[in-house]
Design a protein around this ligand. Structure first.
Ligand code: HEC
Length: 437
C-alpha cells in the first residue's frame, strides 16, 4: 500500500516539475523565436550563440517536452497494469489518454519549428506517412500544411498548434488534478522524505541529460531547411519513428484491415474503463487486457527498432552484376550522389521506404523521357509529393533513367557495391561482392 502511494507522489512531483520547466523555458524561447520561414532558423541560432544560457534553455525545453511525454505514457501504463482505472471515475482515464495525445502533438509540432534540414525533412516524412491514412489522410495533411507545399503557411500553423498543444496540456493537467479523488490526503503523503529523494534523483538525471548529451533531444541547427535538397539521412522525431513505420507497413500490406485495426485500438484506448467490466485488478487475472496491452507495447518496440534500422542505409548501391553499361554505372553514381536512398529502396535494399521501390519503374513500363521529366519536377505528376525537384544535367539524367530501367530482377542479377568504391573508381572489375536476386 505504502509503495503505491509513494510512487504516485513521485509521479506527481515530476509531472508538475517537468511541466513548469517546459513552460517557462518555452516562454523564454517565445520571446526570441521568429516564426517565419526566412528567420526561424537564424533566430534560434542567435539564441544558441548570443543569448546567455540560451543553448541551455533550448535543451531544457526539448528534454522537458520529451520527458513529459514519457511520464504521461508511464503513468498510463501504471494505471493500466495495476487496474487503478477500475476504482476511479472513468473520465480520469480519458483525460490521461488525451494527455498522451496532446503531448505527442506538442512534441511533433515543436520538432518542426527550428526549420533545420532535419526538422523539415523529418516532418515531411511524418506527414507523408499521415497521408496514407485511408479516406481522410490527404485532407488532413493538406490542412496541416495549409496547402500543397511544406512552407511558410505550414510554419505559422505548426507554431500556433504548438502553443495550442501546450495550452491543452495545461488544461488537461488541471482538470485531471481537480477530478482525482483524495487529493488532500495525497498532498500529505507527499511530504514523505523518500519520494523527495527519488524526485531529486530524477531531477539530477535530467540535469545530466541536459548538460552532457548535447544533441539527443535538441535540434543541433546544422543547416537551415532547404526544400529542394534532401538530406543525407535523418530520422523523424523519436516518438514518431514507430508510428511512421507502422503506418507504412500496414498501409502497404493491409490497407483496409489496418484502418479497422486503428479504429479498434482507439476505441480500446479511450473506452477501457467502460469496456473492461472485469472487477479483477491483478494483471495476471486479466488475460485479455494483458494480451492486448502486451501486443501494443511489443508493436511499439518492434516498429521503433525497424524504423531505426532503416535509417542506416546508403553504404552500398545496387548495380547490375553482369557487365553494366557505362550509362548504368554513371546513373548509379548520380543516384548515390543525390542520395535518392533517403526515400527509395532498390530491389528491397538500401534505403528508407518513403517512396516506391525503384524496381517499379521497370514494372510500370515508364519511358526514359517520362522518368527524366518526373525527376526534374515530381510535383507535376504527384501534387503534394515529398520528392524534391532536382536540377540534374541532361547527360546525368539520361544515365539515371538508364540505371533505373536496368533494375529488372527477372532478367538480370544484381550486386551491392560499396558506395565509396563506386563513386571513386566505378564498379570493381570481376570481384563482385554480394549477388542479389
Ligand atoms: C523526400 C523523398 C524522396 C526523395 C529524396 C526522392 N524521391 Fe522519388 N519519389 C518519392 C515519392 C514519395 C514517390 C512516389 C510519388 C508519389 O506518389 O508521391 C517518388 C516517385 C519516384 C519515381 C516514380 C516511380 C514510378 O514509376 O511511379 C521515380 C522514378 C523516382 N521517385 C526517382 C527518384 C530519384 C532518381 C531520386 C533521387 C535523385 C528520388 N526519386 C528522390 C520520394 C522521394
Amino acid at each position: 500500500m505504502k509503495a503505491k502511494k509513494f510512487s504516485f507522489d513521485f509521479l506527481t512531483y515530476s509531472l508538475w516539475g517537468g511541466f513548469a520547466l517546459t513552460l517557462f523555458s518555452g516562454i523564454f524561447l517565445l520571446v526570441h523565436y521568429v516564426p517565419t520561414f526566412a528567420q526561424a532558423f537564424s533566430s534560434l541560432q542567435r539564441v544558441n550563440e548570443q543569448i546567455p544560457f540560451g543553448w541551455m534553455v533550448r535543451r531544457i525545453h526539448a528534454v522537458g517536452g520529451s520527458f513529459l511525454l514519457l511520464l504521461f505514457l508511464l503513468h498510463l501504463l501504471r494505471v493500466f497494469t495495476v487496474g487503478e482505472y477500475k476504482t476511479r471515475p472513468g473520465a480520469l482515464w480519458i483525460f490521461e489518454v488525451l494527455l498522451v495525445f496532446a503531448a505527442l502533438w506538442a512534441n511533433f509540432t515543436g520538432f518542426f519549428l527550428p526549420l533545420s534540414q532535419e526538422a523539415f525533412w523529418g516532418t515531411a516524412s511524418t506527414l507523408s506517412a499521415f497521408s496514407t491514412i485511408p479516406w481522410f489522410g490527404n485532407s488532413l495533411v493538406e490542412f496541416l500544411r495549409g496547402g500543397r507545399e511544406l512552407g511558410g503557411v505550414a510554419l505559422t500553423r505548426f507554431f500556433s498548434m504548438h502553443l495550442g498543444g501546450a495550452a491543452l496540456i495545461a488544461l488537461l493537467l488541471f482538470g485531471h488534478d481537480r477530478m482525482a479523488p483524495g487529493r488532500a490526503e495525497e498532498a500529505q503523503v507527499g511530504q514523505s522524505p523518500r519520494s523527495l529523494w527519488v524526485f531529486g534523483l530524477v531531477a539530477l538525471l535530467l540535469f545530466a541529460v541536459i548538460s552532457f548529451t548535447s544533441n539527443w533531444f535538441t535540434d543541433p541547427l546544422r543547416e537551415a531547411a532547404n526544400p529542394t535538397v534532401n538530406p543525407e539521412g535523418t530520422l523523424p522525431p523519436w516518438f514518431f519513428v514507430s508510428l511512421q513505420e507502422a503506418f507504412s507497413f500496414f498501409h502497404s500490406t493491409y490497407p483496409v484491415l489496418s484502418a479497422i485495426l486503428a479504429v479498434l485500438v482507439l476505441i480500446f484506448l479511450f473506452g477501457l474503463p467502460y469496456l473492461d467490466r472485469n472487477p479483477e485488478k491483478g494483471l495476471l487475472q486479466r488475460p485479455l487486457s494483458l494480451s492486448i496491452g502486451a501486443a501494443l507495447m511489443m508493436g511499439i518496440v518492434y516498429f521503433t527498432l525497424v524504423g531505426m534500422a532503416g535509417a542506416h542505409y546508403g553504404e552500398k548501391v545496387v548495380l547490375p552484376g553482369d557487365h553494366p553499361t557505362a550509362a548504368e554505372v554513371r546513373g548509379a553514381q548520380v543516384y548515390a550522389l543525390k542520395n535518392c536512398a533517403y526515400c527509395h529502396q532498390v530491389l528491397g535494399h538500401q534505403g528508407r521506404r518513403e517512396g516506391p521501390d525503384m524496381a517499379v519503374v521497370r514494372q510500370r513500363d515508364r519511358s526514359p523521357e517520362w522518368i527524366q521529366r518526373f525527376i526534374l519536377n515530381a510535383r507535376l505528376y504527384q501534387p503534394g509529393t515529398t520528392m524534391p525537384k532536382y536540377e540534374i544535367p541532361l547527360e546525368d539524367l539520361e544515365a539515371l533513367s538508364a540505371y533505373l530501367l536496368s533494375l529488372d530482377p527477372t532478367r538480370r542479377v544484381f550486386q551491392a557495391v560499396d558506395r565509396e568504391t563506386l563513386l571513386n573508381f566505378g564498379p570493381p572489375a570481376g570481384s563482385w561482392e554480394k549477388k542479389i536476386k
